[in-house]
Design a protein around this ligand. Structure first.
Ligand code: ASP
Length: 397
């Protein structure tokens, strides 16, 4: 097995593991969606809002760039990525961090049979944070154990940020999804007034602000969608949530038992469907949904069997056609981690002009959310406050 020396630690429950990734509420590493607790979500989203606001003016944007100008980040991305890679790079630039990258392991000493762990420890000598994407599911987690052991021995260690690991977790995507939802679920109009919420309440009397008391529908590649796993886990910590999972009837693509059990433990009401047209308790699932999270079928993970089954399968039940979108509530945000599949068209371009379509906004929010994460990990919240005090004071956005 890969990372045999960490086998026992990798097998533990999420709660046992996550206590190792933080110290007194301060994240040491970000490895999985379960670490995004309601407290850390509030803290990171607040930081993201503040960084976003400070970035608007030249003087305060320049001040932000001094916050981490003495730090260096390694972007170790050995699996294809454009969005996450560029988004992290932009986040680093916002805070003044210098970035370097390794994207092809063939250009590293792995070809000389260097172990992956040696490579990571070597990077930690030159850089102050390692942001990594890997096709291997537990790699980022194993790296954080390596760093924690070094920390315990009072040797040099650096934070590990998981930017997507195999088909298991993508916690920074969950963070930006949550940041986007948090902003959507304020139900404010552009001017920030409460009028929109008051109007919506007249038509949806049970509507509340925030993540609790909501119905989330996830559609597409549920089983292999690491963004789904990270986001559903984070959202499961809020009260009274219902989750519908809509996936093709192919074992690898359906909700796996591990995530199902985890959600059940959190008292989430979980339901599975094989089409977006399903009904639930006599009404269409779409019409009851408060957030629709669409995903692409991730063909790169297909076995030969999956490939054959999917080849023959009609994927139209997993397409958000304008007709289906018209069944959604007037305020329901439509999210997608992107890329979308231009052939399957799980979200056709016709949906892009719908004001509920959030996917381009998600990408921009990702930059602020990742900058917030870096600011938190490096503990520069106080310096951020100083920049605010010396500018126009805090505004709300
Ligand atoms: N960009 C997301 C990921 O890296 C979703 C996808 O690739 O479909 O997991």
């Amino acid at each position: 097995m890969e990372f045999a020396q960490y086998h026992d630690r990798l097998q533990r429950t999420a709660a046992e593991k996550n206590s190792e990734f933080a110290d007194n509420g301060q994240l040491l590493h970000l490895i999985n969606g379960g670490q995004l607790t309601p407290n850390s979500i509030d803290l990171l989203c607040d930081l993201a809002d503040r960084i976003r606001l400070l970035s608007r003016e030249k003087a305060t944007a320049a001040a932000l760039q001094t916050l981490l100008s003495h730090r260096r980040a390694m972007l170790y991305f050995t699996q294809p990525s454009t969005r996450t890679f560029l988004s992290f790079m932009a986040a680093c630039q916002i805070l003044g961090l210098t970035c370097n990258e390794v994207r092809d392991p063939k250009t590293s000493s792995e070809v000389k049979r260097e172990s992956r762990m040696d490579a990571i420890r070597m990077f930690s000598s030159y850089f102050d944070v390692i942001i990594m994407r890997s096709p291997l599911s537990s790699f980022a987690e194993a790296c954080s154990y390596l760093m924690n052991d070094l920390r315990r021995e009072e040797r040099r260690w650096v934070p590990i940020i998981n930017a997507g690991s195999g088909s298991d977790e993508h916690p920074t995507q969950a963070l930006l999804d949550i940041y986007t939802l948090k902003r959507s679920f304020r139900f404010q109009d552009r001017e920030g007034s409460g009028q929109r919420f008051a109007d919506l309440k007249t038509r949806h009397p049970d509507l509340t602000k925030g993540f609790a008391h909501k119905t989330y529908t996830f559609c597409g590649d549920i089983g292999r969608g690491r963004t789904v796993r990270s986001l559903a886990t984070a959202l499961s910590q809020y009260e009274n949530t219902t989750m519908h999972f809509v996936a093709p009837d192919v074992a690898a693509l359906r909700l796996d038992s591990q995530l199902r059990d985890q959600l059940a433990k959190r008292n989430v009401s979980v339901f599975e469907h094989e089409t977006l047209d399903s009904d639930f308790q006599g009404r269409s699932v779409l019409s009851q949904t408060d957030c629709l999270y669409m995903t692409r079928i991730q063909r790169e993970h297909n076995s030969a069997d999956d490939e054959n089954r999917l080849e023959e399968m009609d994927l139209s039940p997993f397409q958000l056609t304008p007709e289906r979108a018209s069944k959604l509530k007037e305020y329901t945000p439509i999210l997608h981690p992107f890329p979308r599949d231009s052939q399957v068209q799980e979200i056709p371009e016709a949906i892009d002009l719908d004001p509920r379509a959030m996917y381009f906004r998600q990408a921009r929010n990702g930059m602020w959310a990742r900058a917030a994460l870096l600011a938190h990990i490096f503990g520069v919240a106080e310096e951020l406050e100083e920049i605010e005090t010396h500018s126009h004071g805090r505004k709300t956005i």
